[in-house]
Design a protein around this ligand. Structure first.
Ligand code: R5P
Length: 300
């Protein structure tokens, strides 16, 4: 098995290489012509090899295109199989079929297949619908165990785990189970996106003085800021945020600290934006998750 990692994932690739004896690291080069068009060259022979591409789809367009071009080139060169390991699967949120609007998740899925990827491995995929819209198998690894370790390490086992919307309830239940927390219904919010922004109703269910709010993505932070404001009004005085994919777009998310957020835990599925110092942010590694999965694939 040969692993081809984008530059951002060079350190992760090296760590995976140390963890999995049979894994070799492949080399490739991506460049742009002066007019911006992409050019890619694979330097490691891939004929009859199972090739694994590692790199999240963020920033979206640049990473998506280079991932697709790499898959296409590897297959053209005779790779027997291409597995795309995309810890953050960009465009997965665009999974709702609304008249006249693009169903972008399905479009990305078609491109992934057409480019030669045989399967996708991601972490905490946005929804089951996302998986169904992809014409190749999508395996979603759960970060619940990673968050459970942080809950134990930071003494949060007695906090109430809260879902910022109904879609996050399942993730919260998985984290509670992995952390061995007391059973019971997960308090949640009803979320509506309006032209004026996000409107949250709730919390629906009991919240105590300390909460852990769990979501898959922190993009602008709008969802979590609105939910944390409500939690703060409901009397929660310490909130910890746990998100799988910390995109930290813009500055809105900084308002979280105004509403009692003590720490933001996020995995290293995507790099922090350039220039961000990471204050108040606890990064959790998904390396063990990826290593375990790749080790199992390699053994097959
Ligand atoms: C939405 O359904 C997702 O699970 C996240 O809650 C959302 O994408 C986060 O985006 P933002 O941080 O911009 O509110």
């Amino acid at each position: 098995m040969i692993l081809f990692a984008s530059e951002t994932y060079a350190a992760t690739a090296a760590a995976l290489r140390s963890a999995i004896a049979q894994l070799r690291l492949g080399r490739f080069h991506v460049a742009r012509f002066e007019n911006g068009e992409l050019h890619l060259a694979v330097e490691t022979p891939s004929t009859n090899e199972h090739c694994v591409i590692l790199g999240s789809i963020g920033p979206p367009d640049q990473q998506l295109l280079s991932t697709l071009l790499l898959a296409h080139t590897l297959k053209k060169e005779g790779a027997s199989k291409v597995t795309a390991v995309l810890p953050y699967l960009g465009y997965a949120r665009h999974d709702k079929d609304k008249p006249g609007e693009s169903l972008t998740t399905a479009w990305v899925g078609s491109l992934v297949k057409a480019s030669g990827c045989d399967q996708v491995i991601t972490v905490d995929v946005h929804s089951e619908k996302t998986k169904r819209l992809f014409p190749v198998p999508v395996v979603s690894l759960s970060s619940a165990g990673v968050f459970a370790e942080a809950i134990a390490q930071y003494g949060l086992a007695r906090a109430t785990v809260v879902a910022p919307d109904e879609g996050a309830i399942g993730r919260c239940e998985a984290v509670k189970t992995a952390a061995g927390m007391a059973p019971g219904k997960v308090p949640y919010f009803e979320k509506h996106r309006t032209e004026a922004g996000i409107i949250h109703a709730g919390p629906i269910g009991e919240v105590g003085g300390q909460a852990v709010i769990v979501d898959d993505i922190l993009d602008t932070g709008g969802t979590l800021v609105s939910a944390c404001e409500k939690l703060s009004t409901a009397g929660v005085d310490e909130i910890n945020v746990m998100v799988t994919h910390g995109l930290f777009t813009g500055t809105r998310w900084k308002d979280l600290y105004r509403f009692g957020v003590k720490r933001i835990f996020c995995t290293d599925s995507v790099p922090l934006p350039v220039g961000m110092d990471g204050d108040g942010i606890v990064r959790l590694s998904i390396l063990p998750l990826l290593a375990k999965k790749l080790f199992a694939i390699d053994k097959k």
